[in-house]
Design a binder for this molecule. Structure first.
Ligand code: ADP
Ligand code: MG
Length: 597
């Protein structure tokens, strides 16, 4: 076993060493070739277009590689040829990578018909034999450097598109990207600031691969006589060598071989760099969003002055039904659910795992994705039906008037930025304020959720679960939402922290007059914070009522069961301890004491 591991280690380190050499050798080769191309006028002994020797002259000290059929110096031609070959190759590769990346991002992000159409195009491109295609295009468009670039770009973009699409498809489902979308970020913003950086590590190898192919294709085009005859590339040199029968004499040694070696060296250089890059890049694929985005709404200030209750509820949900439609069967996860949320009120939704709570939350945010389908119901927020909003309206609403506090804060935070930065970005994304103002506001928000200013510099992994949940709450508050949907915001936190987060939410709710939908499977938790409670079972509302009444006199057997199975350890006592600022040790003693009952 040990021997096996040692061998494996040795193999891995050999692989790493090979990667290191490949990078150095590949890099040097390419640097040398690029330097030759750049310094061609200095390096070339003659003007490649001038007749300076006898036709078909053999190599001599004056003409190291001899001369071609019209007496032009072949060494000079070779050196200038580097310019054309590399320029065409690199520009074509760049164009192909840009187009491929754009197509991959668009297809992976928007999915649906656009994806289908783009991917059919990619399939067609990848299945066409590209040499004949290139010849047809070359003959049709005529010779010239720009057309060469276009032809090569057209032929090779599809590969990058397919690879990047796959990566986008998986990146877009990541927690933080979902969270940003829940907060109403526009498609353009998500694509440019989050998905592009997430897939960028793949773009470079795609470019190297494209450059490799492009150099070879350029040589082929040149060799077939479809290159630009006035500015010769290595491929064009080969075309002339072939046309003037250099292969039949010794002339192939100085006319054909050097150009061939140059092409091979370039391809080798790109291949080695690509090889060196692979192990370094693949494991690091990860989404790297810049921020948790929160679109802007009204003012930054507290809304404590607002009137608490008006006649019409803030949110009216009526007969909401959602099904998950899989092959043949449809599960009705939410079945004719109705409830209201008044301004400044906390509505609790409680029910065991799988009863449809998260589905209700996602339906409200309009974030249901197939196989989920909203089959019926109205969701009136300020008298406007959420189900009927256009994507642009939705985007303005999410995060601004409706904000989500998700369960797993770690997923919703970007690991590579400190938390203050993420709050600041959230503010700036939708408000035209200076960075300084946004920072000040960011610190204010952090203070509001009980994070001292110096912790703003911490990265998510440096904070405890409770602290991270506080940051996420600060972000949800960034745009002064009218309604916060908190889906299991304390689940997964340990009891003491749970109680602290609950206390924070209760405190914020009182101070900011927030309306909130508080979702949890834990009735004990919901009872502590909700004014009214909706009990769900298997997609249906089985009981509803004011929290106190529901706890005192449950009517539905399911509610009674929930009450009975509530842990003996009442989070209530913990909650009150936290609110009354008893020392933590004391609270922990309470916890242990009750647990042992
Ligand atoms: P909760 O948040 O209350 O735990 P969910 O809203 O996540 O419950 O799920 C409710 C029900 O919807 C589940 O019991 C399951 O039957 C169904 N469901 C959820 N997600 C999917 C899915 N992706 N595909 C099929 N059915 C699903
Ligand atoms: Mg859930």
């Amino acid at each position: 076993m040990m021997a096996h591991i040692t061998r494996l280690r040795r193999l891995i380190s050999a692989h790493h060493a090979a990667g290191g050499y490949a990078k150095v050798v590949g890099g040097l080769l390419l640097m040398l070739l690029v330097a030759t191309a750049v310094a061609a006028p200095l390096l070339a002994p003659y003007d490649p277009g001038a007749q300076v020797a006898a036709p078909f002259a053999a190599p001599s000290w004056a003409h190291l590689l001899g001369a071609n059929d019209i007496g032009q110096d072949l060494l000079s031609e070779l050196i200038y040829g580097a310019r054309v070959s590399l320029l065409v190759g690199l520009l074509a590769a760049l164009a192909a990578t840009v187009v491929g990346t754009a197509v991959g991002l668009a297809a992976g992000y928007f999915r649906g018909p656009l994806d289908a159409a783009l991917m059919r195009m990619v399939d067609v491109m990848l299945s066409l034999p590209f040499l004949p295609l290139m010849i047809v295009l070359g003959v049709y468009l005529g010779p010239g450097l720009v057309t060469e670039i276009l032809i090569i770009g057209t032929v090779i973009w599809a590969h990058a598109a397919r690879e990047l699409r796959a990566q986008v498809l998986s990146s877009r489902e990541r927690g933080h990207i979902q969270a940003i979308r829940a907060m109403g970020a526009s498609a353009g913003y998500v694509l440019a600031r989050h998905l592009l950086p997430a897939v960028f590590p793949l773009v470079l190898p795609q470019f190297l691969r494209a450059a490799n192919a492009a150099i070879l294709l350029e040589s082929s085009l040149g060799f077939l006589g479809l290159g630009d005859p006035t500015t010769k590339s290595w491929g064009t040199m080969l075309f002339y060598a072939n046309a003037r029968s250099a292969f039949l004499t010794h002339a192939w040694l100085w006319w054909v071989l050097p150009a061939g070696l140059c092409i091979a060296a370039t391809v080798l250089g790109f291949a080695l760099l690509g090889y060196a890059m692979e192990p370094r890049i693949r494991p690091r694929l990860r989404a790297r969003p810049r921020s948790w985005l929160v679109p802007s709404a009204a003012s930054c200030g507290s809304r404590s002055g607002q009137i608490a209750v008006r006649e019409t509820p803030l949110l009216q949900v009526a007969d909401l039904s959602v099904t998950y439609e899989t092959a043949g069967s449809a599960v009705r996860a939410v079945d004719a659910v109705s409830f209201d949320v008044r301004r400044g009120e906390v509505l609790g939704i409680v029910g065991e795992s799988g009863c449809g709570k998260s589905t209700v939350a996602m339906a409200l945010l309009r974030l249901l994705k197939p196989p989920a389908r909203l089959v019926a119901g109205r969701m009136l927020l300020n008298d406007r039906d959420l189900a009927l909003l256009s994507p642009a309206e939705l985007q303005r609403l999410r995060g601004a008037r409706l904000a989500l506090v998700p369960q797993t804060a770690m997923n919703a935070l970007n690991p590579v930025y400190n938390v203050l930065h993420q709050v600041v970005e959230a503010i700036m994304a939708h408000r035209s304020v200076s960075r300084r103002e946004a920072r000040a506001r960011g610190l204010e928000l952090l203070a509001l959720v009980g994070i001292p200013p110096e912790r703003g510099q911490s990265y998510p992994h440096e904070l405890s679960g409770g602290m991270r949940q506080r940051v996420v709450i600060a972000m949800a508050l960034a745009n002064d939402p009218q309604l916060i949907i908190a889906d299991e915001p304390t689940t997964g936190l340990d009891l003491l922290v749970q109680a602290e987060i609950l206390a924070l939410l209760a405190d914020l709710r009182a101070r900011l007059n927030l309306a909130m939908i508080f979702i949890s499977h834990d009735l004990a938790v919901v009872l502590r914070i909700a004014d009214r409670i909706v009990v769900m079972q298997a997609g249906q509302v089985v009981e509803r009522g004011p929290a106190a009444a529901l706890a005192a006199q449950p009517e539905h057997p399911y509610t009674r069961r929930l009450l009975e199975t509530m842990p003996r350890l009442k989070i209530a006592s913990l909650f009150e301890s936290v609110l009354s600022d008893r020392p933590a040790d004391d609270v922990r003693l309470v916890t242990i004491g009750k647990e042992e009952q």
